[in-house]
Design a protein around this ligand. Structure first.
Ligand code: FAD
Length: 468
């Protein structure tokens, strides 16, 4: 019997035969995440039902030096949950459900395998909102959201996932269970260990339960599309609205190239504003509509806004959002190379100009579009590979974009994480000392390097342990 067979036998004894799947019985959805990157059938798929079973599985794998890849809903966009053929996958899908809603504390306690949409619905039923929201809500799991510190649509108002997590239960690589559950906002009892696991992409521990913050349901919202003369106006308009109306629920900036594309994909519908302005912002506000209109008047007077449409019905608001949601059609209408970066808000306009000029100089005629949640300092840039010489020089484009991000003190990953796909670019945003401390942290939590090897830090010295 080889080492793997021996480990699988121990796992079957600890978890039961129906929780250890091998070979052709492993569904292909466990081979790769949403990116489709490097799909592989793992050596086994574990489907534990309890925290104790997760702990037993990790204890066995740790002793055997067997690599384990945690998986949530497989909607990740960085390759973080992609296994190799020699890895054992541990899926959290059976640790699912709402444990408790505490209306006094305004918290919801959930198992890690619960989908985001189920949590949103349970919160609504109890008269609250769980404000994390992203397009993958029906499939992604809260454990995956926590492991990637997901961002999404409402960050400007409510923060990232990190800001919504009050407590966690986590299983360490050696099988120890850390009970860090907590319902209190103020709680300064030494090091806040839960923060180490939020955004760690399954490399430091496996999240099994979470206590999350709920928010009151917002009142009716107003949806406004404005045409702007330049990037500086986008920033001053945001600050003006925050001062007078309150922080908007969404503040989505679209450069002209993106706006034209989005409108053209709507078919014959007339554009809500002329296509000739340099920039457009779509904003949603739950503040007073009178104050919003007064701010808009002031912004017109200051030359920050050149034209605007305030949606007068839900369907008009939906129509405006459809332009921004053109991103959903990228995979079918383009061959997109997508970037998810962040920069200090004041520098995003410079970055776009710098990036566009360098791309045009190197690959004249290339087609790139720019848009972003700029209130969160997040910019998305998509290059259509069809517009490039073939085969598309993907690595050269990545180097060009991430170098420009690094020059301006930005981050190579705003919200999707590093996973496998951005390991080699991490150094543009994280200095050598900080990278060395990250490696020490990894060594401290997972000295045998069994948890999600190769993700975030690549195959540096930390992975020379016993893991295969
Ligand atoms: P997976 O893809 O399964 O895993 C992601 C990472 O988390 C992996 O490293 C995995 O090992 C680890 N992991 C999973 N579960 C656990 C656990 N319980 N404990 C420890 N580690 C774990 N992301 C955004 O931030 N903002 C967006 O707006 C956004 N929009 C999206 C829209 C679409 C249509 C799609 C397909 C994706 C989008 N994403 C977005 C990316 C993705 O949905 C998020 O990264 C999400 O948080 C991943 O959750 P998941 O359960 O699918 O995790």
């Amino acid at each position: 019997m080889n080492d793997l067979q021996h480990t699988l036998e121990q796992l079957c004894q600890a978890l039961g035969d129906d929780a250890v799947i091998t070979g052709a019985d492993i569904s292909q959805r466990h081979y790769s995440d949403w990116t489709g990157h490097a799909p592989a059938c793992p050596a086994a798929l574990l489907l534990p039902r309890t925290t104790a079973q997760v702990a037993s599985a990790l204890r066995i794998c740790n002793v055997a030096g067997q690599a384990v890849v945690p998986q949530g809903g497989m909607t990740g966009l960085a390759g973080g949950a992609v296994p190799r053929a020699s890895d054992i996958v541990l899926s959290l899908e059976r640790l699912r459900g709402i444990e408790e809603i505490d209306p006094a504390a305004a918290t919801i306690s959930v198992w890690a395998g619960t989908t985001l949409e189920e949590i949103q619905q349970a919160a609504l039923n109890a008269g609250f909102v769980f404000p994390l929201d992203l397009g993958a809500r029906g499939s992604c799991q809260i454990g995956g959201n926590i492991a990637t510190n997901a961002g999404g649509n409402a960050v400007i108002r409510y923060g990232m996932t990190r800001d919504l997590v009050l407590g966690l239960e986590v299983v360490l690589a050696d099988g120890r269970v850390l009970d860090l559950r907590n319902k209190m906002i103020k709680n300064n009892c030494g090091y806040d260990l839960k923060q180490c696991f939020i955004g760690s992409e399954g490399t430091l521990g496996i999240v099994t339960r979470a206590v999350l913050r709920l928010a009151p349901q917002p009142g009716p919202t107003s949806t406004l599309l404005c045409a702007l003369p330049n990037y500086a106006s986008a920033v001053s308009l945001l600050r003006r609205i925050q001062r007078s109306v309150g922080t908007p629920q969404a503040y989505e900036l679209m450069w002209q190239d993106f706006f034209r594309l989005g409108v053209s994909w709507l078919g014959n519908a007339a554009p809500p504003l002329s296509l000739d302005y340099p920039l457009y912002v779509l904003l949603e506000s739950a503040g007073s509509q009178e104050q919003l209109e007064a701010s808009l008047e002031e912004a017109f007077g200051a030359g920050e806004v050149l034209d605007a449409v305030l949606a007068s019905s839900q369907s008009q608001a939906r129509g405006l959002w459809k332009i921004r949601e053109a991103t959903g059609e990228f995979p079918t209408r383009m061959t997109p190379l997508n970037f998810d970066v962040s920069l200090p808000i004041g520098l995003i306009g410079d970055f776009v100009e710098r990036c566009r000029a360098r791309l045009d100089e190197r690959w004249p005629g290339n087609h790139s579009v720019y848009f972003g949640h700029i209130g969160d300092s997040n910019l998305h840039l998509t290059v259509d590979c069809v517009s490039l010489p073939q085969p598309a020089p993907i690595l050269d484009i990545e180097n060009l974009v991430y170098s420009a991000v690094g020059e301006l003190g930005g981050s190579v990953s705003a919200e999707h994480g590093i996973g496998l796909l951005k390991c080699e670019f991490l150094h543009h945003s994280v200095g050598p000392e900080a990278l060395a401390v990250m490696r020490q942290l990894k060594d401290c939590f997972d000295p045998n390097g069994i948890l999600n090897p190769g993700k975030i830090l690549g195959r540096g010295p930390v992975y020379t342990g016993v893991a295969r």
